[in-house]
Ligand binder design. Structure first.
Ligand SMILES: [Zn+2]
Length: 304
């Protein structure tokens, strides 16, 4: 998707364990990678993994929403390609202390950058009103029983038992949701996802991130994005379409105000999904969707 074969400067917006960064570096000895992660634990772990590539990789502890300014600081003006993997890394899901998972009893934190001064999930649940909590769980978790869950959360905190741990929250959700037969996923999955997205402001930054990346790409440069749930995928798909020239203005508008312009070509008409063997080997890949684009060279004429 990235055509690393031609070498150049690449960005890995979500370093995680460093798998994608390493794959780019290994694919071409003329490729260099600038890799971002807002989790200091990722920077440290991937640093060891990538120690053999020191002269071609730069690790930056920052959120990818700051891509433009961070690259400016490094003196990088334009890039040849970018990959963003928007899944929570297995490292975070498997970390017992960070509160991302109901599989471990831990403080309900969920911040991807635990050093930041933003609110933890527990603080969010103690501050928001019942309606606001229900809306977060419904909108970001697509959870049908959001109102019942929100009511129990507020009841618990009013009776002097604020929700401070993963186990407390998982138990409240389990009691709020009707028991289904042959349940494959834990009933609290959607609620945990919703809180993680809200705490980290994950959806707010996506559209601007795609637009910033297209600004930074050289003509012919490529961007690949992997998402793990439908809300993210919808934002990526629409932003790609808008950048490819599709107008989303309401019908009858006298002129286009949605920013549509033909700046890119979409390389994936349908998202690429993992094969059956890949899904079996790596169950967490089940919901992954990959979309990619190529920036047009507007100095040349395109004829069809
Ligand atoms: Zn428009």
């Amino acid at each position: 998707m990235l055509e690393v074969s031609s070498g150049g400067t690449y960005v890995d917006a979500t370093l995680g364990y460093g798998g994608h960064t390493e794959a780019i570096l290994a694919a071409n000895h003329k490729a260099s990678v600038i890799s971002f992660d807002r989790d200091p634990a990722a920077i440290e772990a991937a640093g060891e993994r990538l120690s053999g590539y020191e002269d071609r990789v730069i690790l930056v502890h920052a959120n990818f929403s700051d891509l433009k300014s961070e690259l400016e600081v490094l003196g990088v003006g334009a890039i040849d390609g970018l990959i963003a993997d928007l899944g929570v890394s297995s490292m975070q899901l498997d970390s017992e202390e960070r509160g991302f998972s109901f599989r471990f009893d831990a403080p309900l934190d969920m911040r991807m950058d635990p050093d930041s001064d933003t609110e933890s999930a527990a603080e969010v649940l103690s501050r928001l009103s019942e309606t606001e909590i229900a809306n977060v769980i419904y909108e970001f978790g697509e959870e049908r029983f959001s109102r019942r869950i929100a009511r129990r959360i507020v009841k618990a905190r009013e009776s002097g038992e604020p929700i401070e741990t993963t186990t407390q929250l998982a138990e409240i959700v389990r009691r709020s949701v009707p028991k289904r037969k042959n349940e494959r996923v834990h009933p609290a999955t959607k609620t945990f996802q919703a809180l993680r997205i809200y705490v980290n402001g994950e959806l707010d930054i996506l559209e601007d991130f795609v637009r910033d990346t297209v600004d930074l790409l050289k003509p012919g440069g490529r961007m690949a994005v992997i998402t793990f749930h439908s809300l993210e995928d919808r934002i990526i798909k629409r932003t790609f379409q808008n950048l490819a020239g599709r107008c989303f203005c309401p019908r009858g508008f006298p002129e286009c105000v949605c920013g549509s312009s033909k700046r890119i070509e979409i390389l994936t008409r349908k998202p690429v999904i993992p094969s059956d063997p890949e899904q079996q080997a790596n169950p967490r890949s089940r919901s992954a969707k990959l979309r990619s684009l190529r920036k047009l060279d507007l100095t040349q004429k395109y004829e069809k």
